[in-house]
Design a protein around this ligand. Structure first.
Ligand SMILES: [Zn+2]
Length: 290
């Protein structure tokens, strides 16, 4: 469960509607040095004082996103950054209590609140403009957003042809964690879905793809992202108001054992590259790519 590009786009849009012009009246953030647990690592690496110093009294001036990070810039010149988040970002109208396990809570002058709960991992920062530019370079490199005007078939094809690593799988090419190969913000779940629709086995080596397969992959990157955005993100994620998204992947945990929409063969699970993949063994033949 994680915020990928479609969820970030939807969250940004909802934040723009709900949070802009609100003044931050209090900042309550967990002191990560006092936390034990698997998600401690790499999540909040700034002390509470830094968050307060940078955000308190600021007015939210907008809501932006890059790939799978969301930014809330404020009038202090610093922005709240939520990236690679596996968790929940929720808006609470006055009178509603944020979840107990939330690790960041902003209370606004009108008594509404924003809470962030991390369930597995996530980056929470308060960054100035310069640091924010460095953050984007560090995490996304020269990769671009899927479904954008920069994301062209020619660019995708060139990026595939530039890959030297003969062992690189097509799945990793789509969702590499840091800095992405061509598109950024696609997580493992979306990569599985894109490859299912493109009828390509996730274990296939990128260099083994035919030009037609490359084009199908590119086409489905954009088609899946567009559909997921239009439906408010995945059904496994919730929006700013706690409502699940409407996008249900055809190949995922929930469709394991169900008939493939194309051919009726049961969807199977395989473990690959530290995670689960879901494939139709008939539509997505492994072939000679392994
Ligand atoms: Zn099938």
């Amino acid at each position: 469960m994680a915020m990928a590009y479609p969820e970030a786009v939807c969250l940004r849009a909802q934040m723009a509607g709900a949070l802009v012009d609100k003044e931050i009246a209090s900042v309550d953030v967990l002191d990560i040095t006092e936390v034990k647990g698997s998600w401690r690592f790499g999540s909040i690496n700034q002390p509470p004082d830094v968050f307060r110093q940078r955000l308190l009294g600021g007015v939210i001036t907008g809501a932006e996103s890059v790939a799978n990070s969301v930014f809330l810039p404020t009038s202090t010149g610093c922005a709240l950054v939520l990236g690679y988040l596996a968790g929940r970002v929720l808006y609470h109208p006055p009178g509603e209590t944020p979840p107990k396990r939330s690790c960041l809570r902003l209370r606004f002058a009108d008594d509404s609140q924003l809470s962030v709960t991390i369930s597995m991992w996530g980056l929470i920062r308060a960054l100035n403009d310069q640091e924010r530019r460095e953050y984007v370079t560090k995490w996304y490199g020269r990769a671009i957003e899927p479904n954008s005007k920069e994301c062209t078939w020619g660019g995708f094809r060139d990026a595939v042809s530039e890959v030297q690593d003969a062992k690189l799988s097509v799945k990793t090419f789509l969702h590499a964690f840091e800095p992405g190969y061509y598109v950024s913000g696609i997580d493992s779940g979306y990569a599985i879905e894109i490859l299912h629709r493109a009828r390509i086995h996730p274990k296939r080596k990128l260099v083994s793809l035919s030009p037609d397969e490359q084009e199908s992959c590119y086409h489905n990157v954009n088609a899946v992202m567009e559909e997921a955005i239009s439906k408010g993100g995945r059904s496994s994620e919730v929006d700013l108001y706690g409502r699940p998204g409407g996008f249900v992947p055809r190949a995922c945990k929930d469709t394991l054992g169900h008939p493939c929409r194309e051919c009726g063969t049961a969807i199977v699970k395989l473990t690959f590259e530290c995670g689960s993949s879901y494939v139709c063994p008939r539509c997505q033949e492994q072939g000679g790519g392994e």
